[in-house]
Ligand binder design. Structure first.
Ligand SMILES: OB(O)c1ccc2cc[nH]c2c1
Length: 238
């Protein structure tokens, strides 16, 4: 997969693209991520990327020309990207969307700003996406959240060990089961006996039950959504 990111703050992505699972996936060539400074696609000497909104009002709006120039330049060759715009008012991002996006060969993420982008930019956009109902200073952090959730799903990115753990449970958006490690007792708090039993079938069944129980308690809408889509097995529904 290739991802092109358009942003006025490219420096925010430096650590994200160098460290951890995502950093390894990029350095190994499993995925390609290019971050582009929208300012590099301006033509005036002051490299202006935003302007005051027509009709008045607070803040500044990202101008359409530099973004269109970037899009035209970056799509001259190769497959056309599926274009996302990070916006506070976008469609709520979730695991289902992450799975869908992970199947696209190429993405472009235009990072919105709180004051917004010129409406005409949306003629380039396939999906306006929000990571939640809260005010941020820009769409760069949402872009990193989206990339992290999507890129970890690319075959080979998580590596062998981790991919064994990435079962259909987490990828259906169900909450995880409780995790423990040594010591078996700490300040009077004991690890559940089943996890010490070495009985893999019982452990797997306990973990599934814990995950379903936690999801039902904290995010019942996820269970309802999976039920509606027939994505819960008969055993899981019991
Ligand atoms: O919730 B979000 O995903 C989101 C996206 C972009 C911006 C820009 C300013 N606040 C934002 C919030």
């Amino acid at each position: 997969m290739r991802i092109d990111v358009l942003t006025v703050l490219p420096g925010l992505f430096d650590c994200f693209l160098k460290e951890g699972v995502i950093g390894k996936a990029i350095s190994s060539g499993k995925v390609e991520v290019k971050v582009h400074n929208i300012r590099d696609f301006t033509t005036d000497k002051h490299r202006v990327v935003d302007d005051v909104p027509y009709g008045g009002g607070p803040g500044m709006v990202l101008k359409p020309e530099p973004i269109f120039r970037a899009y035209d330049e970056l799509t001259k060759e190769g497959e056309k990207p599926y274009v996302l715009l990070t916006e506070p008012w976008g469609e709520k991002f979730n695991q289902e969307m992450a799975v869908e996006l992970s199947k696209k060969p190429r993405l472009m993420i235009i990072c919105g700003r709180y004051e917004g982008v010129d409406e005409r930019v949306k003629s380039l956009v396939d999906r306006e996406v929000s990571i939640g109902d809260y005010v941020l200073t820009g769409g760069e952090l949402p872009a990193m959240v989206i990339m992290d959730a999507v890129l970890r799903l690319i075959p080979g990115v998580l590596g062998n060990l981790e991919s064994l753990r990435a079962d259909s449970f987490s990828d259906r958006g169900l909450l995880g089961y409780p995790n423990y490690t040594r010591p078996a007792e700490f300040r009077g708090m004991k690890v559940p006996e089943v996890l010490l039993s070495g009985h893999h079938k019982k452990i797997e069944s306990w973990r599934k039950e814990q995950s379903l129980r936690k999801t039902l308690e904290r995010r019942p809408e996820i269970i309802e959504n999976l039920k509606r889509k027939g994505l819960l097995t008969k055993e899981e529904l019991e």
